[in-house]
Design a protein around this ligand. Sequence first.
Ligand code: G3P
Length: 222
Amino acid sequence: IKSPVVLVNLKCYQESVGHGAHRIAQAAQEVAEESGVSIALAPMYMDIHPIKHHFGIPVFAQHFDPISPGAHTGRIPLTAIKTAGAVGSLINHSEYRLSIADIETNVQALRNEGMISCVCSNNVATTSAVATLGPDYVAIEPPELIGGKISVAEANPEIITGSVQAALKANPDVKVLTGAGIHSGKCVKTAVDLGTVGVLLASSVVKAEDPGAVLRDLVSLL
Ligand code: G3P
């Protein structure tokens, strides 16, 4: 995926299930076409295939389980998200944390399938640890700022620059995304100016009355 990247995690909001996911995908596709900025979505599992089928934007899973296909019940192996059309997956989101061993398994599993891994990190030390596993992206998201109105770019630019340096030191091929509270073109510009290749965000787009207007603003200064 070409940088800069705006990756929208649809989480499990009422506004982003089923038809809501389609509405956001439609807006994302239009804004991506107009602006030339890569916009990707991470919808709920059930919406991966329909979004992939109806729209021309990259689709990520929010998680998958570190298991091989077989006798498991209620779990999601990588093959399920791949078959549904996901190009990659988030791993270790603050709302779905994994052990370092499971993070490694999932990064490796995605790499083996030629898919994209985006490991979330809550601080600089975690960024450093997960970057050594060689994912495509590490997304730095201080948990206390997730879902809020003050972005990490405003509240804690040091954690962004610290993560960029830590990732570079651990593995220069790893790209860093900025997340938590991202809501405007200014936040995205700050994130990019601080050395990250884009943003991971959710509520500002998902909960917007007009997701297209918010997406247009988000990419406006790139
Ligand atoms: O995965 C994105 C995320 O956790 C940030 O959420 O609502 O602060 O944009 P939000």
